[in-house]
Design a protein around this ligand. Structure first.
Ligand code: MSP
Length: 526
């Protein structure tokens, strides 16, 4: 069976989880679920990034020792994963013993290796330069801007401070040609293309050696055999992806089955770490680089940057409570072409919920299933001879699966959903054209055929929408009496069996009614 290993970034625990975090994890969840249904053995990893100065400072501000602090706040991300119905197979924390072991092992492996120019990959020096705690990143003078307050800032807007300390360096400069050749040989390594071009031009400009140990604070993984040095938090953090599959035991079943990871999903702000540093670290350590990194865009809220200071960071729990989990999952992946930035607005959310979900899919299912319940004895109707229009709808619902495979291999969630909703549209037009309510009086055989075709189209749609909205589609498949062992794509062609009793239909997507409104608003009716 083919393996599929997918990872989210590990989240800094200093921050309360917001919709940006939920987004990355959700995108991975949809891919993990789709790949499982499509016959892969999936390993889906998420977790928390718990070392470094930023977390140490947050713990100090809370007046709690770092370990106790991270034990407490890491839990928020587990809770979030549960609330979002995330199907991760593992949850890694960088403070776990397995990870300290793996981080020290990768350090040793890199330290024992030579750069492409034949020099030691790690050497001791002194770092004197700018550091942004918020980004946990070093910046060159030329990358900084000066704000209105006269203070220097990183390109991300984070404040920087001058740091001077003894430090080990990774000989990144020697890796420039290797990286450029690697990108050229692996055109799918960085996506989308615009991001790929940015990384390539960044590397073409030349790379500087990278400081990979810190000595002015304590909260991190100790550098092996170098008292006083702790590993740079990004080297520690990136290593989580191999820790979780058993590194340094590269001969283990899990490691050989999973590595190289198929996809590291990240936000655009952390692409450089994943697409430049990480493949170089891995190659230096004698481990093959991951297969692909996808950098998605950022969400703003009602047109504004989401931030703690503006107090507008959207809490995923709040969204779920207000709109329901599956509508939120759907909205985030449908509204914005994946890879681009997007804006979260209440209006857009309600528009999708009442339009695409309650109206287009929910009504379709409700109309068909209640009609069957009332007029076809509450069982899967028996089809007569299929007319070309019937075949066409069934074929549309069947033939969208190859499109899903292609689009999801490119992480084009919006296109996958668009293709599915084309079929939802076809099915709605088919109901209107065939008018089973009229056939009830004139031709019951034909009425049953039409209902069968619709139920079969719904079955195929529900199977394919499952990765996006697992709860709602479970309910729909239950209502179609699809057996539990016939819900993956191996069973895609196991058609509904005429005569099977169907449970009473229940609505799957309640319409969102504005607070205080007596009836659905006009916008909600679409
Ligand atoms: N700890 C590092 C990642 C280490 S991975 C080896 C980190 N953590 S983070 O918590 O700050 O961010 C995690 C993810 O959340 C990133 O992919 C980031 O892009 C994403 N988002 C944070 N805010 C976001 C938005 N407003 N919108 C979309 N995604 C955003 O970076």
């Amino acid at each position: 069976m083919k393996r599929y290993y997918i990872t989210t970034p590990i989240y800094y625990v200093n921050d309360a989880p917001h919709v940006g975090h939920a987004y990355t994890t959700l995108a991975c969840d949809v891919l993990a679920r789709f790949m499982r249904l499509d016959g892969h053995r999936v390993h889906f990893l998420t977790g928390t990034d718990e070392h470094g100065q930023k977390v140490e400072k947050a713990a100090a501000a809370a007046g709690i020792a770092p370990k106790a602090f991270t034990d407490m706040v890491s839990q928020n991300f587990r809770t979030l994963a549960k609330a979002l119905n995330i199907s991760n197979d593992d949850f890694i924390r960088t403070t776990e013993p397995r990870h300290i072991l793996a981080s020290q092992a990768i350090w040793r492996a890199i330290a024992a290796s030579k750069s492409p120019k034949g020099r030691d990959n790690i050497y001791l020096g002194k770092y004197a330069g700018w550091y942004a705690v918020r980004d946990e990143a070093f910046y060159g003078e030329n990358e900084l801007t000066t704000g209105d307050d006269g203070r220097k800032r990183a390109p991300s807007g984070a404040e920087v401070e001058w740091v001077e300390e003894p430090s080990y360096f990774f000989r990144l400069a020697d890796w420039q040609d290797w990286l450029l050749a690697f990108y050229a040989e692996n055109p799918r390594f960085i996506a989308p293309d615009t991001r790929r071009n940015e990384v390539v031009s960044f590397v073409r400009q030349g790379l500087e050696d990278l400081s990979i140990s810190r000595t002015t604070f304590k909260w991190g993984v100790p550098v092996p055999d170098a008292p006083g040095h702790i590993m740079y938090v990004w080297l520690d953090a990136l290593t989580n992806y191999i820790t979780a599959v058993g590194y340094p035991d590269t001969k283990s079943d899990l490691f050989t089955a999973c590595w190289p990871a198929d996809l590291h999903m990240v936000g655009k702000d952390i692409l450089r770490f994943h697409a430049v540093y990480w493949p170089a670290f891995l190659k230096a350590a004698g481990v093959e680089p991951q297969r692909r990194v996808f950098a998605h865009g950022w969400w703003t809220v009602e047109g504004q940057k989401m931030s703690k200071s503006l107090g507008n960071a959207i809490e995923p729990h709040h969204l779920i409570e207000k709109y329901g989990l599956d509508p939120v999952r759907y909205f985030l992946l449908r509204e914005v072409p994946f890879g681009q930035d997007g804006d979260f607005s209440h209006r857009a959310m309600v528009h999708r919920l009442n339009g695409d979900l309650a109206n287009d899919l929910g009504n379709l299912a409700q109309r068909v299933l209640s009609f069957i319940q009332k007029n076809a004895g509450g069982v899967v109707p028996k089809a007569g001879v299929l007319a070309p229009g019937d075949e066409k709808l069934i074929a549309a619902a069947r033939n969208v699966l190859p499109t899903l495979r292609t689009e999801l291999a490119e992480q084009a969630f919006h296109k996958a959903l668009d293709a599915l909703w084309q079929v939802v549209g076809d099915a709605n037009r088919y109901v209107d054209e065939q008018a089973p309510w009229a056939l009830r009086k004139t031709d019951q055989v034909r009425m049953n055929t039409v209902l069968y075709v619709l139920a079969e189209a719904l079955r195929r749609l529900a199977l394919q929408i499952q990765p996006f909205m697992p709860d709602a589609m479970t309910r729909l498949l239950d209502q179609l009496a699809v057996p539990a062992d016939a819900r993956d794509y191996a069973a895609f062609d196991r058609t509904l069996v005429a005569g099977t009793t169907l449970p009473p239909p229940l609505g799957i997507f309640p319409r969102y009614v504005e607070e205080g409104a007596a009836a659905p608003t006009r916008a909600a009716k679409k």
